[in-house]
Design a protein around this ligand. Structure first.
Ligand code: UDP
Length: 417
């Protein structure tokens, strides 16, 4: 198949850990690679956000990235990109003028708009089936962030419109299906295919980063308040009370768009909090870390904590599991599918630092439990979350879209343990 992906803000070639560069970038890159390995030809269209970027980059056999001129050739926060989606669609349609793809897959609601626009131009002489992955939903974001949500107002009606118009939707977890249903979207055209993890790269075998204290807790991700990193800092005094004071919290990610750690207001907020709680000496903010360093960092941890207020999917817990590390996870969104409570990690209620501390104390006090959960996580990642498997499920959704066949909710086989 000739597959077009549109990922307006999240380039598969971007550095990770900035405010707008995380799971979607990883997802688009790894899915494209896995589909190319299956013999498809994948072109990812993304917005040019730097003048020096070439028009086309061949990433590998059957996988290229096209930088489309749409808005200023500099970083623009994703919530300000809506006015440029018409130009993005024009650029995509121009590239299709010789030969349109068999399917177009939009990532994030704004890319869905561009995909729909490029795929259904009345005078183009073709109609390309549109598959949509939302990655995050405005309804959920508004529920949790309220007035802090910087999404454009138009998201309220345009996002459900993308859902209704798409030929097929790929949800990344079962929770998302309920949310889509609540938005009035026909669940008959939804497939579930989770995100995956690169198992040749994230594995338990290999060197581990060195650490300074007896126990290491790890937090990885974009440093935005909804990721709940402050909750992990707040857990440290409770852990002390429980007798675990020789604990280091390593926070990976953040540093703002400039990549300068202390220019990031969230970094300052977290350090101020750690100082206020008297745990600053236990907290290490590492800033953005390259992909290559991540496995060694995961392997160095006794536990990875993912404590978001909400989480559309969350690739970090999968990476931790693949590296054999137990995950303490807020029981929200995709984390409820990936992390099995007392199977591959421990669930805690959202926004509950005391519960995070109790879970960590349980793990620190039980090396056997840590090993058991870590091993089970490794197995679960290997058997259920390889990108090859996710690509095969995604391909099925593409085939359904091409065939125009309505089907029931098609979950990924064995998505729950
Ligand atoms: N990541 C990274 N370096 C960093 C911070 C994050 O490589 O400094 C990666 C992390 O390993 C994961 C992704 O960024 O692959 C974050 O994905 P996730 O789905 O957990 O969060 P999202 O960014 O989608 O909210």
């Amino acid at each position: 198949m000739r597959i077009a992906m549109i990922s307006e803000h999240a380039s598969p070639l971007a550095a990770l850990g900035g405010v707008d560069a995380g799971g979607q970038n990883v997802h688009v890159a790894a899915l494209s690679e896995a589909l190319a390995r299956r013999g498809h030809h994948v072109t990812v269209y993304t917005r040019r956000d730097a003048t020096e970027l070439p028009a086309k980059v061949r990433v590998g056999r059957g996988f290229e990235v096209v930088h489309v001129d749409a808005g200023p050739a500099t970083h623009v926060p994703k919530d300000e990109l809506l006015p440029f989606m018409g130009d993005l669609a024009d650029g995509v349609a121009r590239d299709w003028s010789q030969r349109p793809p068999d399917v177009v897959h939009g990532h994030f609601w704004m890319s869905g708009l561009a995909a729909m626009d490029a795929a259904r131009r009345p005078d183009a002489g073709y109609r390309v089936p549109v598959i949509q992955t939302f990655h995050a939903l405005g309804t959920v974001k508004r529920r949790h962030q309220g007035a802090e949500d910087t999404s454009p107002q138009e998201r309220r009606w345009l996002e459900p419109g993308v859902g209704r118009s798409a030929d097929r939707i790929i949800a990344t977890c079962s929770d998302e299906v309920f949310e889509l249903k609540a938005m009035g979207i026909n669940t008959g055209k939804i497939s579930i295919a989770p995100c995956g993890v690169d198992l040749s790269f994230f594995s338990a075998d290999g060197p581990a980063d060195s650490r300074k204290r007896r126990f290491r807790v790890l937090s990885v991700g974009r440093l935005v308040p909804r990721k709940g990193v402050d909750l992990v800092i707040r857990a440290l005094p409770f852990l002390r009370e429980a007798g675990f004071d020789d604990v280091e919290l390593l926070i990976v990610g953040g540093g703002g768009d400039s990549g300068v750690l202390h220019a990031d207001p969230e970094v300052r907020r977290l350090m101020d909090l750690a100082t206020e709680l008297g745990v600053a000496d236990q907290v290490r903010l590492q800033g953005q870390v390259s992909r290559g360093e991540m496995p060694g960092i995961f392997r160095s941890a006794d536990a990875v904590v993912c404590a978001p207020w909400y989480e559309p999917f969350g690739i970090v817990p999968l990476e931790a599991m693949a590296c054999g590390v137990p995950v303490v996870a807020a029981a929200v969104g995709g984390l409820r599918d990936t992390v099995v409570d007392h199977g591959t990690g421990l669930h805690v209620p959202p926004r509950d630092p005391e519960a995070i501390a109790s879970a960590l104390a349980l793990l620190f006090g039980n090396p056997d439990l840590r090993a058991e959960l870590g091993n089970a996580g490794k197995l679960r990642a290997q058997t259920r979350y390889s990108w090859d498997r996710v690509a095969a499920e995604t391909e099925k959704a593409y085939q359904l879209a091409v065939a125009g066949a309505p089907a029931g909710v098609a979950p990924m086989e064995g998505a729950a343990l």
